[in-house]
Design a protein around this ligand. Sequence first.
Ligand code: SF4
Length: 363
Amino acid sequence: MNKVKSLYIHIPFCDSICDYCDFTKFLYNKKFAKDYLKTLKRELEHYSPFFVETIYVGGGTPTSLPADDLVELLEMIKEYSGNVKEYTFEANPENLTIEKLSILKKYGINRLSIGVQTTDDKISKLINRGHSFAQVKQAVDAARKIGFDNINVDLIIGLPNVSKSMFQRDLENVVSLGVNHISCYSLTVHPNTVFYNKNVPEPTPDFARELYDFAHEFLDKNGYIHYEISNWSKPGKMSMHNLTYWRNENYYGIGLGASGYLDNKRYKNISNIQKFGVPDFVDEMEEVNLNDLRTYQLLTNLRTIFGLDLDKFKKTFNEDLLETKKNEVYELIKEKLIVVEENKIKPTYEGMMVLDQILLKLI
Ligand code: SF4
């Protein structure tokens, strides 16, 4: 098996359910959580993911677990975290207490990813988020006091009733927190969500683009590198874990509904909590042939400013992309969607915003 550097663990519990959310999640319930942690332990032991370099515990809201469950979870991960360089925990501001922060610190978590989504308290209520911006500030302050200096916050682009100036305020607010990583994802309205049932519209492509343009400029002025379509970081603070996905490298995905990629196979776990681990964990498995691998390589690598390494591509696929796609590459350069430098194809900002157009030509 190729060296597997990353481990994702899914904790599907939340304190409240947001109106736009289609992740695999449930309201926290003590009995469900205890049973779930036992099942998760079996899956962890099955993979025995020793020697990973990044661990990402996401959800759901992992910090919705009360302190005793949190300790149980972190104890089971402990034997696999000895080699870890980046250990991220997702959190919501309202349940990131001093007690939980201290537990996370004790077990070696060195990066927090806080779900903020909006800094406007009225909008926060409207989408059924359980926190105010004052609580976000408190959570970030508390995290710093406990010794966390690597913090990401998530925002959503295009929430209903959020004007351009309100989004600008969101960015100003999160920059004022001094966090070193910011993710901004454009709203997608999924079936089986409250937004979908209420016919909430997604932002128009033009409006979303206007907001991305603003974020791109504003965050650049404030020292953040726009290194992936929806992600910005201070120098040296890019998400190592997510870079595994964007380099199209192998990772373990553990927990309800989690996805993984091991040994040329992509898998998706069962999402039904009653069926999860009785006895199977995996729901779907897809063999990745060379042609699919080529597609994934382009799809993932071209999302970031690091782009696609042409030497590596040639070694893997026995294909010189500058020869086989000579005309297309030339057109894309002329349209200022890519640049070719250091033997890499790198998307420009414009290119990242219209990635599909690049992929259509190169796949
Ligand atoms: S807290 Fe996160 S996972 Fe939970 S409902 Fe809200 S968006 Fe979904």
